[in-house]
Design a protein. Structure first.
Length: 202
């Protein structure tokens, strides 16, 4: 229902109705508590609660990471953990996983790098604009560039540049550029699919 109303399917849109099932379940549990002294009702309640907890635990720790990783932006933690170790060796870092169709890529950089929120709010050394429906677009923070459509990159890509993509050929992103991408590292989803590829441009 949330996805249909928003006009765009996305797993996290279900969060808008998350309290409703819990409220209905709580009301039902309270009603059944009136029959707690009945042995069969007591056994049924315990079985349902036990089954629900076991099912949630299994789904959350096995099924969900394996099948829903790409929809939950799995891999950003590993990505920035790796990049933070080598970023001082590069002058520009371009984050451009176009397959995600996600324009707020900078959010994960701020979170995982523990960027000073005061510096960000002051707008120091960053490019920020307001787009349609008052969405805030952040294209650059320092030497970090966040691009949802890398084919439209207008700034030069000099040497000592890192290019981060998803499972797309970097040559498709570097049309007309003279640099050669060299694969440095690959980050995978829990199911083995490629989450990110990190290239050094030479």
């Amino acid at each position: 229902m949330p996805s249909s109303l928003a006009g765009e399917a996305h797993i996290w849109r279900m969060m808008t109705i998350v309290p409703l099932p819990q409220i209905i379940g709580a009301v039902g549990l309270i009603y059944l508590s009136n029959f707690w002294k009945t042995r069969i009702i007591r056994i049924c309640i315990i079985l349902v609660i036990t089954f629900s907890i076991m099912r949630f635990t299994l789904d959350y720790f096995t099924f969900f990471p394996y099948y829903q990783g790409s929809y939950s932006y799995y891999g950003f933690a590993d990505l920035y953990h790796y990049l933070n170790k080598i970023e001082n060796d590069y002058d520009n870092i371009v984050v451009a996983p176009i397959g995600m169709n996600f324009n707020q890529l900078y959010i994960y950089y701020l979170f995982y790098s523990q960027y000073d929120p005061r510096i960000y709010q002051l707008g120091i050394d960053l490019d920020r604009s307001v787009g349609e429906q008052n969405w805030v677009w952040v294209d650059r923070i320092g030497k970090w560039y966040f691009v949802s459509e890398p084919q439209k990159v207008k700034y030069p890509l000099p040497e000592k540049t890192l290019l981060i993509t998803d499972n797309i050929k970097p040559d498709d992103l570097l049309y007309g550029k003279t640099l050669r991408p060299v694969l440095l590292h690959t980050i995978y989803h829990a199911n083995g699919d490629v989450a990110f590829k990190i290239f050094n441009l030479r």
